[in-house]
Design a protein around this ligand. Structure first.
Ligand code: FES
Ligand SMILES: [Fe+2]
Length: 411
């Protein structure tokens, strides 16, 4: 039934327009999203900097599922369903923490950091602990970014890994620490949160702090760009070429996007005055004018890699109209708060911007719920929404088995 409905909505979808409203607001379409997208693809979970020592963990909620991602005693990153093998209680109850072992809060079954069940008190003689370990989840780490996949057989990440590594590796994310993170709940569908991130059409009217430094153009040869931007781009790319830092748009199809773009003239970082947010630069950089590597990957992640800090954004669907957006600010592992950076200065632009975006997405969701909503035409600068919708509709069609789908194996 639900698959028939998906196929029907896919038939209604017109490229170049926002999606049929049901995709954004209906509960059964949300269930379809969880199956077609979030149970099949790689999802951004966080940074290795969040789990530096053995037993450090982070959790993530994906619809009804919770996943715990941790560092084991051998230093490996592992992920498990955060569900006890006794009667199913949640195990790790916090967004982030440290555990010597994972102890269920309900009846205190104890799991090793490799997921094996090592103690189940009062269970009878002969109880088979070995077959009651935590259910594992696939994990991949790419330049310090942790991705997890709930599918039994995950799709390949190799093209993504190979393509983005030259852009990100020079910033050495594995030599960073968490300066701050925030999680906000947006009363909007996750796709509206992503759509809002995929265009800067809305920036001029909504993001005064962000626009001090951010250029509004998404491509070096953006047709809307003016001569000032073109001059800035030429000077910046000449400097980055000299440093051997890649900047041209990567070919990620509809799956990912990676590009290095400059900040506005004389601006070096996401601060209110454009000056660096952290005086200790990442890696062994001596040049602060590196713009930012903007990397986006479907379905739930965008990032900025600057000379002085890294920003990760993680989007997770809680229900059809609720989405958790976690932002993580990373600085050099040796940077000292109050000496090399001031936390307010480091975080204020994106804290403000996130809140502005939250309001936009929430208003968008409210408007889509109206009986008057109909898919509206995208502007040329919203081309990335079309890419995202193409990708999403392909995933949905593959899952629903309708005529619009491409088989993943044939891609
Ligand atoms: S549910 Fe975990 S120990 Fe009982
Ligand atoms: Fe925005």
């Amino acid at each position: 039934m639900i698959k028939d409905r998906v196929n029907q909505l896919l038939q209604e979808r017109q490229r170049g327009f926002s999606l049929p409203g049901a995709f954004y607001v209906d509960d059964d379409m949300f269930e379809a999203d969880l199956e077609a997208v979030f149970a099949t693809d790689w999802l951004f979970a966080g940074s290795v900097a969040e789990i530096r020592g053995p037993g450090d963990y982070i959790t993530m909620e994906i619809g009804r599922d919770s996943i715990v991602i941790l560092r084991d005693r051998e230093g490996e990153v592992r992920a498990f369903f955060n569900t006890c093998r006794h009667r199913g209680s949640r195990l790790c109850l916090h967004e982030t923490g440290r555990a010597n072992r994972i102890v269920c809060p309900y009846h205190q079954w104890v799991y090793e950091l490799d997921g094996s069940l090592i103690n189940a008190r009062q269970m009878p003689e002969g109880f088979d602990r070995a077959s009651h370990g935590l259910h594992p989840v696939h994990v991949e780490v790419i330049c310090g970014l942790i991705y997890v996949c709930l599918a039994e057989t995950p799709p390949s990440l190799e093209k993504f890994r190979k393509t983005v590594t030259p852009y990100i590796a020079p910033h050495q994310p594995d030599r960073t620490k968490v300066a701050f993170f925030s999680t906000i709940i947006e009363e909007a569908n996750w796709k509206l949160v992503i759509d809002n991130n995929r265009e800067c059409y809305h920036c001029a009217g909504n993001h005064p702090a962000l626009l001090v430094t951010l250029v509004e153009f998404a491509l070096p040869d953006d047709p809307a760009a003016n001569a000032t931007f073109k001059g800035l781009m030429d000077r910046s790319t000449a400097r980055w070429d000299g440093l051997g830092l890649p900047h041209a748009p990567a070919d990620g199809g509809t799956e990912f996007r990676c590009i290095r773009l400059p900040f506005n003239d004389d601006c070096l970082s996401f601060t209110m005055d454009g000056k660096p947010a952290c005086n200790k630069l990442l890696a062994d950089f001596t040049e602060p004018d590196l713009g930012s590597v903007r990397m986006f990957r479907v379905p739930n992640n965008w990032n900025h890699f600057l000379s002085d800090h890294i920003l990760h954004f993680r989007v997770l669907p809680l229900s059809a109209n609720r989405t958790a957006v976690k932002t993580t600010w990373l600085v050099h592992e040796d940077a000292v708060e109050g000496v090399d950076y001031d936390l307010k200065r480091l975080t204020e632009v994106w804290t403000e911007t996130n809140d502005e975006d939250r309001i936009l997405a929430e208003n968008n969701h409210k408007g889509v719920r109206s009986r008057a909503y109909q898919p509206g035409p995208l502007a040329p600068s919203e081309f990335m929404l079309n890419n995202f919708a193409d990708w999403y509709c392909t995933k949905m069609a593959d899952w629903a088995g309708g005529p619009g789908g491409r088989r993943i194996a044939a891609e």
